[in-house]
Design a protein around this ligand. Structure first.
Ligand SMILES: Nc1ncnc2c1ncn2[C@@H]1O[C@H](COP(=O)(O)OS(=O)(=O)O)[C@@H](OP(=O)(O)O)[C@H]1O
Length: 399
């Protein structure tokens, strides 16, 4: 009786109702899923910032970190390659604009000025050899700023060590790669450059290093145009050792290049030095310094001794911190001498863990050079070095 009174659905209509019901149910489930996911990711973000706060309070000298402390980052060696800090914004955005590239090293021989060639767009070069201890500091806060300090040179002087040591300071945010903005990428514009920088808080300073700036003719003017008050750091090293280091690096990439003395001397008998070879030319510090002094007062430049950086890293870094107007928080407590490496390395804050030394390309065994050639090069550089000491008011004792 009841069945006969009930409205009858045609099979087609029933299928239609079934389809609509299933669709509604799916939509409801999807919405729930989305809500739950966003809730859990917010929760995990809160969790990580809480961890960092707890750790920061435990670590003397790191009170200002709002992120996990270095020893929490992982057990990988500090100065070996690890994926870059995700918040450091060190990757270049894609661009179709052609770039100029400075031909250096062996290709620079017989050229008085570095040659400019057009090439495909490039990313900033050289991955940091270390994960910065404060690389996760202020990951989502602060803003990207143009650097207030730049390590402008010199190639093979010890620039990587200075950058890695100074970025231990909680008030320093550093770009790990070399942006090469003022030499190769200038036409990309300041916004491109700023965008590469890590975020920083108001009380932090942003630092980058590109050693080729020191020998780039246009770099001083361009940097002064960006900011006439920017602080400049130059890491200098005995130009003879620097040249051998430079040659050793080139040889490791191109084993077929001529010998060091074939490249260094125009005439072996007369001992005439080939200043067109970049490895030699970069060491003429007094010469390269002149254009900088047309744009910056010498007080705005700080010269780090590459030699003392190895024998007394804490002393050299104390002077760097003073120059940058920072409290001396990077001290001898941060360094230890690694006998296997033969260089000072960074201790992990809090102690323990794996050694944190610069990568294999820093502190390489140099190729053997004939002592007579070395003597001739010393004689060649002597007057240039003296001029450099007089200009900067510092004796680096490169004898
Ligand atoms: N702590 C520590 N560990 C390892 N290496 C150190 C350190 N401090 C200074 N140095 C010296 O840095 C030299 C490399 O200089 P740069 O970093 O300026 O090189 S580069 O221009 O960025 O390629 C590198 O040169 P080579 O010894 O010729 O490899 C080192 O002598």
């Amino acid at each position: 009786m009841y069945n006969s009174m009930a409205p009858r659905l045609s099979p087609r209509r029933a299928r239609k109702y079934l389809f609509v019901c299933t669709l509604c149910l799916s939509c409801t489930l999807l919405c729930y899923n989305l809500i739950l996911r966003s809730h859990s990711s917010m929760h995990s973000r809160d969790q990580s910032s809480m961890n960092s706060r707890d750790q920061s309070s435990m670590q003397q000298g790191y009170e200002q970190l709002s992120c996990p402390l270095p020893h929490l980052i992982g057990s990988k060696k500090l100065l070996q390659k690890i994926p870059p800090c995700p918040h450091s914004a060190t990757t270049a955005p894609p661009s179709s604009a052609p770039l100029t590239h400075t031909v250096s090293d062996i290709q620079g021989k017989n050229q008085t000025e570095p040659t400019q060639v057009t090439r495909a767009p490039s990313k900033p070069t050289e991955q940091p050899t270390s994960p910065p201890w404060n690389c996760t500091a202020t990951p989502r806060y602060g803003q990207k700023r143009l650097p207030q300090a730049i390590i402008v040179g010199v190639k093979k002087g010890g620039t990587r060590a200075v950058l890695e040591f100074i970025r231990v300071h909680p008030q320093v945010r550093a770009m790990g790669t070399e942006p090469h903005f003022f030499d190769r990428n200038y036409e990309r514009g300041l916004d491109w450059y700023r965008n590469l920088m890590p975020r920083s808080l108001d009380q932090q300073i942003t630092v980058e290093k590109t050693p080729s700036y020191f020998v780039t003719r246009d770099a001083p003017r361009r940097i002064a145009h960006m900011s006439p008050r920017v602080k400049l750091i130059v890491v200098v090293r005995n130009p003879v050792t620097r040249a051998i280091s430079d040659y050793t690096q080139t040889l490791s990439k191109k084993p077929d290049i001529p010998s060091f003395n074939e490249l260094a001397f125009r005439n072996r008998t007369s001992g005439e030095v080939d200043t067109a070879w970049n490895a030699i030319r970069i060491g003429l510090y007094a010469l390269h310094l002149q254009p900088w002094l047309s744009h910056f007062p010498i007080s705005q430049m700080h010269f780090v001794s590459g030699e003392r950086l190895i024998t007394d890293p804490a002393g050299e870094m104390a002077r760097v911190q003073d120059f940058l107007g920072l409290k001396r928080l990077v001290t001898d407590k941060h360094f230890y001498f690694n006998r296997t490496k033969g260089f000072p390395c960074l201790k992990k804050p809090g102690g323990g863990g794996a050694p944190r030394c610069l990568g294999k390309s820093k502190g390489r065994t140099h190729v053997q050079i004939n002592p007579e050639d070395i003597e001739q090069l010393r004689d060649f550089y002597r007057p240039h070095n003296i001029k450099f000491y007089e200009t900067v008011g510092q004796d680096f004792h490169w004898e």
